[in-house]
Design a protein around this ligand. Structure first.
Ligand code: HEC
Ligand code: HEC
Length: 244
């Protein structure tokens, strides 16, 4: 091999290698799961909802949609249509309480419509979370069951199962309540009952100050009529958390 051939190779080999790299960089990954850098930006439309689900949402809601924390709801087997509605309501900030503001506004803000569809699809297809055992003989369980199945006619409260289904599994825009975290359910019943509340919220940096948060769930008109006393709300929430 003469000198000029050798020189030519010296130039060409790195050129091929570099060209190869850019070529491969331009191919969209077979599955974005294999390209974690992309999923760092939620708003990147190329990141499939499923990737966002397992890499972002799973840290709080569980990879299978089963949460380990009382204020974080299970998403597993939740109605798909209902999930789409809720993610849109967090995204446009019309669904609000202190947990929504602190956790979900930021999470839903950058999601695209396509990602919302994918996420709702992913979580709705997970197996329902195991219901809580409750405390055997707890009088709240009996009271909760009564409200769920019969309502409280003297207060105009319609039985919950007429909308949420006989087993609490929900349907379309009516959410599944069966097996949901009791604490989370109570917080939601408070949204309808106490729309304006003062809460300690982070206002910037590490400063926590009392701030009026308007609690709202724009699609909950039907729920506004279901005003329960605090003790009845607790009873029905505990009962629902034990429904399989
Ligand atoms: C840092 C923890 C955290 C992360 C991460 C998180 N969530 Fe949430 N999520 C919460 C909390 C807390 C609530 C309850 C908010 C409330 O009370 O309105 C919630 C509520 C929800 C709800 C409402 C469920 C219902 O029954 O109405 C949906 C849907 C949801 N999250 C989806 C998601 C999706 C999708 C992602 C990923 C993009 C995600 N969350 C990421 C903490 C989190
Ligand atoms: C007339 C129909 C109707 C009846 C009766 C009804 N609900 Fe609902 N409920 C709804 C709808 C619709 C939603 C979803 C609202 C939304 O999309 O924000 C809802 C949402 C909820 C939620 C929020 C769930 C979540 O995952 O965030 C809870 C908790 C709830 N209902 C409890 C009850 C209880 C307890 C009763 C009985 C006392 C009851 N509901 C009776 C229609 C009804």
């Amino acid at each position: 091999m003469n000198i000029s051939r050798a020189l030519l190779m010296l130039v060409l080999i790195p050129a091929f290698v570099l060209a190869g790299c850019t070529y491969f960089n331009n191919i969209p990954p077979v599955s974005t799961l294999e390209n974690p850098t992309r999923s760092r930006t939620l708003g990147d439309y190329e990141v499939a909802g499923k990737v966002v689900a397992v890499q972002v949402c799973a840290s709080c809601h569980g990879i299978n949609g089963q949460s380990q924390s009382p204020m974080i709801p299970n998403l597993a087997a939740q109605q798909k249509e209902y999930l789409i509605n809720q993610l849109q309501d967090y995204r446009d900030r019309s669904r609000s309480n202190e947990y929504a503001v602190q956790y979900m506004w930021g999470m839903a803000g950058p999601l695209t419509d396509k990602q919302i569809q994918d996420l709702a699809d992913y979580f709705s297809k997970q197996l329902p979370a195991k219901a809580s055992n409750g405390i055997p003989g707890d009088p709240q369980l009996a009271r909760g069951k009564e409200i769920f199945e019969k309502g409280i006619p003297e207060q105009g409260v319609i039985q919950c199962n007429s909308c949420h289904g006989p087993s609490g599994a929900g349907m379309a825009t009516f959410p599944r309540l069966a097996g949901q975290k009791a604490y989370y359910l109570i917080q939601q019943l408070h949204v309808w009952k106490y729309p304006n509340q003062k809460r300690f919220m982070e206002v910037g940096g590490n400063t926590w100050a009392p701030r009026t948060v308007t609690f709202a769930r724009p699609r909950g008109v039907l729920m506004q009529k279901e005003a329960l006393s605090d003790s009845d709300a607790e009873a029905v929430a505990i009962y629902l958390s034990t429904l399989q």
